[in-house]
Design a protein around this ligand. Sequence first.
Ligand code: KIV
Length: 263
Amino acid sequence: MKWTAAKIKTLKGERKIAVLTAYDALTASLVDGAEIPMVLVGDSLGMTVLGYETTLPVSMDEMLHHTAAVSRGVEHALVIADMPFMSFQPSIEMGLQNAGRFIKEAGADAVKIEGGTVRTELIEALVDNGIPVLGHIGLTPQSIKAMGGYKVQGKTSEQARQLMDDAMAVEQAGAFALVLECMPAELGEMISNALTIPTIGIGAGAGCDGQVLVFTDLLGFSTKPAPKFVKKYADLNPLIVEALAAYKAEVESGAFPADEQTY
Ligand code: KIV
């Protein structure tokens, strides 16, 4: 069974939704193998696999390349392409064209757009043209320069009210689900209760309808300190480095290749 945006919507109140990022066919097939219903090709790929400091330099070409690879690796999960910085902000027309490229050229099933009330016109245009949209509010890393850093959002009552208004506006515009990033758990729960579409939290507490994590964070690929909201389900970095060092040692000692690896 292939997941659709419409089917994901029906999960609200039925069961919690696990979402994970993936960046290539290999990682996508692992996510699909775990029967995770939604795979997000996040622009976090800029930092996790392309070596950028932030998500801001990520280009459409890079996102298309990785989204196409993820689509090839997935049989069941809904593939969501993250619209990178400046691929939709300049105009509705540009947003429509770039979202269309993710569907036509990269096999995506939906796109993710950062921003609340300010993006409702674009979300409406995309939905009217048959492109399902996952919204994203709270800490939106493409606005990191304006936000002044990776900070918890919605801590004052005024900010919380604005985030609630943003959430309602994104739902009203036709998004099928909404990512809530880095906000107090009480606000995450209040927004989740107020909406009829599922909320997918990342650092927004257990009251959300689902959760999303970054593939490389969950598996402990990096030695860099992870944000508080990350839970490492494995610590692969030392295991991988140990295996690679063992390979190097055996090449250097002549122990590899042995008879079993020799024709
Ligand atoms: O880019 C990304 O991976 C994301 C998720 C963490 C929500 O936006």
